[in-house]
Design a protein around this ligand. Structure first.
Ligand code: AOF
Ligand code: ZN
Length: 358
């Protein structure tokens, strides 16, 4: 059972999670202002990345912020960017103490936020709830430190380890609860990535279709080295409403709203995935959810780009003619840490994370 500070921070972490997938290129931060055991303000980074979480919480608290403790999942910013520094706003509001989960590696901040607070006589403690904050902020941390987004893969498999009844076809393997969970993962991602083969086979929408959450659809990205995205596909046809980006080795115009990110080619003529991920990071994408196909997920796995993996397992059997899931299924348990297991109706979800994250 965490102490009192841990429980306030737990709440701040929950607030931060609300912003997942809505703040790129900024991090999804949560902030809570507590005074005399009461919450006097709360907030999270707003859609598009601004205002920052602290600004929202301070605005809610007004005068009550004076003498309060600020629980925040990331070091308050110190730079004059598109908004004035949060550290300065906390000082001006008369906050007595700041408890932050982790420091901000953005070179414009990197310790300066804490220094600014301490210089003004504010008590600063760092580390409470750090593991959870790092999980929510993993995409941002990855992008700032490694110049690539956090790669989250999702795979649905039958009880006999198959991902489709036949290669090149779409098979509904899992039930409605797993469907809802997948759409939640979409809502929490900045971008969703599939290979062109998946588009040709399934003609997917790749939007978030949870009731009331259509506005949370991520940018839809297709690895399409030769610009073969059919202009009449659902993706291309809806690109003016929900953006579509193509990772390609060539430039060209495909359809209104579709942008092409020209990437280096791999030796096999496909897109160089390291470069593709860097291009996404360059556009501010913190997290990318990869839903298929098998070849793309396999290539990302072989290159060790998968940071988190969701495996949805169904009790269905597809039989030996079905398309096998590839080495990832057996290797995941050895190479990654199992962090969560959930029941999703008839199905189960196992969530794995790259080792050494905590
Ligand atoms: C905070 N609270 O809620 C967020 C922060 O372009 P700007 O001015 O919005 O600054 C973006 C940077 O601010 C971003 O790279 C990260 O370092 C920090 N994000 N900081 O104090 C927040 N989202
Ligand atoms: Zn800020």
């Amino acid at each position: 059972m965490p102490g009192l500070a841990g429980r306030w921070m737990d709440l701040a972490n929950r607030l931060g999670r609300r912003a997942l997938g809505t703040t790129a290129e900024n991090p999804p931060v949560g902030c809570l202002l507590e005074k005399d055991g009461l919450v006097v303000g709360l907030g999270w980074t707003q859609p598009g990345g601004r205002p920052h979480a602290e600004t929202v919480a301070l605005a809610m608290a007004g005068e009550a912020a004076r003498g309060a403790t600020c629980f925040v999942t990331l070091e308050p910013c110190a730079h004059h960017g598109k908004t004035p520094p949060c550290a300065e706003a906390l000082v001006r509001a008369g906050v007595a103490r700041v408890v932050a989960a982790i420091g901000d590696p953005d070179p414009r901040v990197a310790g300066r936020g804490f220094a600014m607070l301490r210089a003004a006589g504010i008590a600063v403690a760092v580390g409470e709830g750090a593991a959870e904050a790092r999980r929510t902020l993993a995409g941002f941390l990855n992008r700032i430190i490694s110049n690539r987004p956090q790669v989250i893969a999702k795979l649905a498999v039958s009880s006999d380890g198959r991902i489709a009844a036949q290669p090149g076809t779409e098979t509904r393997i899992t039930g409605p609860e797993a469907w809802a969970r997948t759409h939640l993962l979409r809502a929490e991602a900045d971008a969703i990535l599939v290979g062109l083969g998946t588009v040709l086979a399934d003609d997917p929408d790749l939007t978030c279709r949870l009731p009331g959450m259509a506005g949370r659809s991520p940018v839809r990205v297709v690895a399409d080295s030769q610009l073969r995205l059919p202009p009449h596909s659902r993706l291309a046809a809806s690109a003016t409403e929900t953006p579509v980006w193509l990772l390609s080795t060539r430039d060209g115009a495909v359809a209104p709203g579709v942008s092409v990110l020209v990437c280096a080619a791999a030796p096999d003529g496909r897109v160089n995935l390291a470069d593709g991920l860097e291009k996404l990071a360059g556009r501010g994408i913190n997290t990318v959810l990869v839903e298929g196909g098998a070849h793309l997920i396999d290539s990302l796995w072989q290159a060790d780009f998968i940071d988190r993996l969701h495996i949805h397992r169904s009790p269905l059997t597809l039989g030996p003619q079905g398309l096998a899931a590839g080495p990832l299924l057996t290797e995941a348990a050895k190479r990654l840490n199992l962090i969560t297991e959930l029941r999703l109706g008839e199905d189960t979800a196992s969530v794995y994370e790259r080792r050494g994250q905590d």
